[in-house]
Design a protein around this ligand. Sequence first.
Ligand code: SF4
Length: 144
Amino acid sequence: MLALLRTALLLAWSLLRVLAARALGQARGLLEFREAYRADGLLSLTPAERTVVDNARGCIACGLCALGTLPADARAGLANPMNLFLASSRSLPDYDAALGGFSAIDDATLERLEADCPARVPMRDLARLVRTKGTELAESRKAR
Ligand code: SF4
C-alpha cells in the first residue's frame, strides 16, 4: 500500500513538473528527442516530405530506370538509379551517403525516368529530399 501511494505521489509530482514547464515555455522534451535521434541520422520530416517517401516506397524494382530508358552514353558514369530510389525510400540515415549518387543525375534525366516509371515514383521530389536531408545529415555528423 505504501509503495502504491509513493508511486502515485511520484507520478503526480512528475505531471506537475511537466505542466509547469509547458506553462513556462521550458518544455524541452521534443527538442531533446529530436537531438537524440539526429545523432542516429533520423531527421524529422514534414508531412509533405513523408508523403514523398511513402510514394517512393511503391517502387517495384522492375529495373526499367536502371536499364531501358536511357541511351548507353547517357547512362555512362551514373549510379544505378533503381538502387538509389529503393535505398532512399527505406533508409533515411543513409541520405548523406546517397548524395553522391543523386548528384550524378540531373533533374532532366530524373524527369525522363519518372515519366516511364510504372510505379510513379516521385524521383525528382525524392532527389530534392535526399539532397536537402542528406546535406543536413552530413553537416550534423561533421559537427559531432
Ligand atoms: S522504374 Fe520505377 S518502379 Fe521500376 S525500378 Fe525504377 S523507380 Fe522502381
